[in-house]
Ligand binder design. Structure first.
Ligand SMILES: [Fe+2]
Length: 456
């Protein structure tokens, strides 16, 4: 009997454990390392997929990127300052990008001659082929008042609805001067999904700058993840701002300085980004500092992203970042820090948002002020003198879902007004009765509702 017991402990149990581990790894292998296949595709015959972004650290800069054919040809952007100017030609730099199932020539033109407070017409030209004319606006530098729109993950399905949501959001908030995305704008790094992304931002990304950080869906999975070159060729400010292959970027816009990080990288890269962030923050003279990254520093799904928090959060708090805009976890959440003595809310304010068809099951951590599930959201950020107002809207009906005002006078104490306190949280959820995870989530929602009802 003793021999059997020893044999079991020594050989059978480790073998069973090993078999269970191998089975689990085989099941997870594709999730960790597999990539969505890319279908063969041909390059556009004429200039298309035009994207307007910022260029350098200054708000008057613009970059324009586009695609045409699969070989390089002389290319430029023609701009006309309306209504009284000649056409200015800006030469573009081309680069052929080969993905898994096709190749295409990308072009980037850097517009650095723009005047403030003007309307410009522009078109892109490759060889003898020109795009239609588009228009964008520049604004006065050094203003203390402006607003922009923020969306978290979009990850639209093929033939999805994001373009309608985005255009409606801008119709409801016409003062928005540009759009910021917290990563995963595209569902997969394939030409087909990028085609969908261009449909999603059509008529928007030609008319106002689109600023985007990298998300995990932008990476090709493998033993070492790899960001395709097409990402910085599209969001072309990264071509000049990347630090040692890290997609980081900073922009000064009115009284705000933006800091964009790539939270998808391995630890050594994150540490390099922290050095960059610390240096930029320590030199910043901006009244407001906004950080944009994909992974929430405080996860709403449990204990995720601890490495990103360990790397970045100390710097974020030490250098007075006011607002952290995040995505990735496919729900809405807002969190403020609290003064240890008074209990009053203080910056930084952390928000998680998404505008995608997918909703995740969250953990309802007590750190957060409020949540939203089973919906899609966008946010507006309005900066005006000493105040920054953050508002979240549901895309269905564009109803106000959350709002918060940070007041930061030049002299005196900063404070936060919670303007969303009385807006009911949307917590409707229909579980699949055959899925244990769904049923557990439904129970968590009930527990959270009870907790809120008793004011905890
Ligand atoms: Fe993500």
């Amino acid at each position: 009997m003793k021999v059997i017991l020893v044999f079991t402990l020594k050989y059978i149990l480790p073998l069973l454990a090993l078999a269970a581990l191998v089975t689990w790894m085989a099941r997870r292998w594709h999730v960790w390392f597999g990539n969505y296949p890319e279908q063969p595709y041909s390059a556009l015959a004429r200039p298309g997929r035009i994207m307007l972004t910022f260029g350098d650290e200054l708000e008057s800069s613009r970059n324009v990127s586009w695609q045409c054919d699969s070989v390089l040809r002389p290319s430029m952007v023609q701009t006309v300052c309306l209504a009284d100017s000649d056409t200015v030609c800006t030469e573009a730099v081309g680069e052929v990008f080969a993905s898994r199932r096709g190749r295409v020539a990308y072009y980037v033109a850097r517009l650095r001659h723009l005047e403030a407070n003007r309307e410009y017409a522009y078109r892109v030209v490759t060889d003898t082929m020109a795009s239609p004319w588009y228009h964008f606006q520049t604004y006065g530098e050094g203003r203390s008042r402006f607003s922009f729109l923020y969306v978290g993950d979009v990850q639209d399905t093929l033939c999805g609805q994001a373009n309608r949501f985005l255009r409606q959001a801008l119709r409801h908030h016409p003062a928005s001067e540009f759009v910021v995305c917290g990563g995963d704008l595209t569902e997969r790094p394939t030409d087909q999904h990028w085609a969908q992304t261009y449909r999603d931002v059509d008529s928007v990304a030609q008319a106002m700058p689109l600023l985007c950080v990298t998300g995990n869906h932008d990476y090709l999975k493998g033993l070492v993840r790899r960001l395709e070159r097409r990402f910085p060729l599209i969001f072309s400010y990264f071509l000049d701002s990347a630090v040692d292959d890290n997609m980081v970027y900073t922009l000064n816009y009115g009284p705000v300085q933006f800091f964009l990080l790539d939270s998808n990288r391995e630890l050594p890269y994150l540490l390099r980004q922290r050095s960059w962030l610390e240096q930029e923050l320590s030199q910043s003279r901006a009244k407001w500092k906004i950080l944009v990254l994909h992974h929430p520093l405080y996860s709403i799904k449990g204990r995720n992203n601890l490495i990103q928090r360990w790397v970045f959060d100390g710097v974020v708090r030490r250098y007075g970042v006011d607002l952290v805009l995040q995505g990735h976890e496919h729900a809405y959440a807002r969190m403020t820090m609290h003064n240890k003595e008074s209990g009053q809310p203080v910056t930084p304010v952390y928000t998680v948002s998404h505008c995608s068809p997918k909703n995740y099951r969250i953990a309802f951590n007590r750190r957060f002020d409020r949540f939203g599930i089973s919906s899609r959201y966008y946010q507006t950020v309005e900066v005006s003198q000493d105040t920054l107002v953050l508002a979240a809207y549901e895309v269905y009906g564009h109803t106000l879902y959350d709002s918060l005002r940070i007041v930061k006078p030049d002299r005196g104490v900063a404070h936060i007004d919670d303007l969303g306190r009385d807006i009911p949280e949307y917590l409707e959820y229909t579980p699949n009765p055959h899925k244990r995870k769904d049923l557990n989530f439904a129970r968590r929602i009930q527990a959270y509702k009870k907790r809120r009802a008793v004011g905890q």
